[in-house]
Design a binder for this molecule. Structure first.
Ligand code: FE2
Length: 205
């Protein structure tokens, strides 16, 4: 199992999920700058099968088209509640617990609305979770921007909280003291996961 975390722009994280034996791979949230991601794919001689967007915000989707120009066979994977359903032939709309394979790796999708209605998280081989703007290290995404919903966000965080402590959390932005962390640690230090109910959650400054 390979996950390459690549920092782009000011604080965005993009990811390459890859299997070195089959050479199959996926890019998560190609945005702002894709130079490092393309270099990584080329150096490792990877075949890009999927472009996955954790949600529709431009700082997570901006370079989808550019990647498609370079890898025309790559399919875009987005939530079934994605707001702009265009060009359906090249997209796969995922639903709760949708699964797909990248070589020997198994990806499982969780729908995690709240920051946006179309938020999703990607669980890789039950060992890692890429959380987009749903969960950051020691914080969570905003629910007060257009389409945000604090009730949905709280429920999405509860869904993540049920996963194994050993899973590594890979967030959509570098907003915390670390680039990634074990979910078990986050359950102890992340105030948004420590909130026991919506009332406590909504009072977090
Ligand atoms: Fe966002």
């Amino acid at each position: 199992m390979g996950i390459e975390q690549i920092k782009v722009g000011f604080d965005n994280f993009s990811y390459i999920i890859y299997d070195l034996i089959s050479k199959e791979s996926a890019i998560v949230d190609p945005s702002i700058n894709i130079t490092k991601q393309i270099d990584f794919l080329k150096v490792k001689k990877l075949d890009l099968k999927y472009i996955i967007n954790t949600h529709h915000h431009r700082d997570h989707t901006l370079k989808n088209d550019k990647i498609k120009e370079i890898y025309p066979d790559a399919k875009i994977i987005i939530s079934e509640v994605f707001l702009r359903k265009l060009d359906i032939n090249s997209k796969i709309y995922v639903y709760e617990a949708f699964e797909l394979e990248i070589g020997s790796m198994r990806l499982k999708f969780l729908l995690t609305p709240g920051h946006t209605p179309d938020g999703l998280c990607i669980i890789v081989d039950d060992k890692a979770i890429i959380t987009g703007d749903t969960l950051f290290i020691d914080n969570c995404g905003r629910a007060d921007t257009p389409g945000g919903n604090i009730y949905d966000l709280f429920n999405s965080l509860q869904k993540i909280k049920k996963l194994s402590d050993d899973i590594i959390v890979y967030p959509g932005h570098d907003y915390g003291p670390k680039f990634f962390d074990k979910l078990g640690n986050q359950k102890k230090t992340n105030k948004t996961l420590l909130a026991r109910n919506l009332d406590e959650f909504s009072k977090i400054p």
